[in-house]
Design a binder for this molecule. Structure first.
Ligand code: GRG
Length: 265
């Protein structure tokens, strides 16, 4: 668990949770971060669990992740599966046990959101559809969007929604940041697909071009590189619109939206 969790990574999901929390918490950017940290850590644990499982031979069969050999390459498949399982359950325990100074109803709502994003309406459902579409040449843009709304965007959505809930946001506020997050989640995946094509091989632990080399549907395959970039930019512009009512308060989330499509890894 420590090997994969502490291997690095951009920490995009916890940073989103913190930025969303600060939008609604009393004190804004000056608010103490303790109440949101268990949620921020939980989304990173769930993300890392999904990476460990995604890299397994039965799934994407990757040898490197975050610049290091994948979990199963070091510890074997049996331990890698269990490390992922353990980290998943630990994430929920951590939120329940460590969240302080927050209404328990809000903590329960975060646990509900987290559970939802892992299950059939989230990571697991998206991954199943992804695996089932492998090798097919007729995957539509609609199906690809469904896959990544569940496989990638769902966890970004719960990162933002969870942070907002802990910060005291209203239902309308949570809906707005969720809409924002789904759009940047899709843009994030498009950027990932574009980087997969454009980066040179074996960079930062990621075998560039792997999805291209395998028979996976990707955005560049469906839209071309330029079309994919334009689609990502459109999504980020729409995402920013969702936060228009918040003005200056949303500046960190807006900056993260820009980072997501301008990143180099
Ligand atoms: C076991 C219940 C259960 C579910 C897991 C394996 C799986 C189901 C889902 C796969 C989800 C997955 C790996 C999606 C890819 C998301 C993605 C774009 C990952 C890369 O994220 P970055 O760039 O990585 O934020 P770093 O390393 O920077 O954190």
């Amino acid at each position: 668990m420590r090997y994969s969790l502490l291997a690095g990574g951009k920490r995009v999901r916890p940073i989103l949770a913190i930025a969303a929390f600060q939008m609604f918490a009393q004190g804004g950017a000056q608010a103490a971060l303790e109440p949101v940290m268990p949620t921020a850590l939980a989304v990173e644990m769930i993300h890392t669990m999904s990476l460990i499982h995604d890299d397994l031979p039965a799934m994407d069969d990757d040898d490197f992740r975050r610049g290091k050999p994948t979990n199963h390459m070091v510890y074997g498949e049996d331990i890698a599966i269990l490390a992922g399982d353990a980290m998943l359950s630990y994430a929920f325990e951590y939120v329940a046990r460590e969240t302080r100074d927050v209404d328990p109803v809000r903590v329960l709502e975060v646990i509900r959101l987290l559970s939802n994003c892992v299950g059939p309406e989230g990571l697991a459902g998206g991954q199943v559809m992804d695996l089932e579409s492998e090798g097919k040449t007729d995957v539509s843009l609609e199906t690809l969007t469904w896959i990544h709304t569940h496989k990638t965007a769902a966890l970004l959505r719960v990162s933002c929604a969870g942070g907002a809930v802990i910060g005291g946001a209203s239902e309308d506020d949570v809906q707005r940041v969720s809409d924002f997050a789904v759009k940047i989640g899709l843009a994030f995946q498009i950027a990932d697909d574009v980087l997969d094509v454009t980066q040179s091989t074996e960079m930062l632990g990621k075998t560039a071009g792997k999805d291209e080399a395998t028979n996976k549907a990707t955005y560049p395959r469906l839209l071309g590189l330029e079309g994919s970039r334009q689609q990502a930019e459109r999504l980020v512009a729409e995402a920013k619109e969702c936060l228009a009512p918040y003005g200056e308060r949303s500046k960190n989330l807006l900056a993260l939206a820009d980072f997501i499509i301008n990143r180099s890894n």
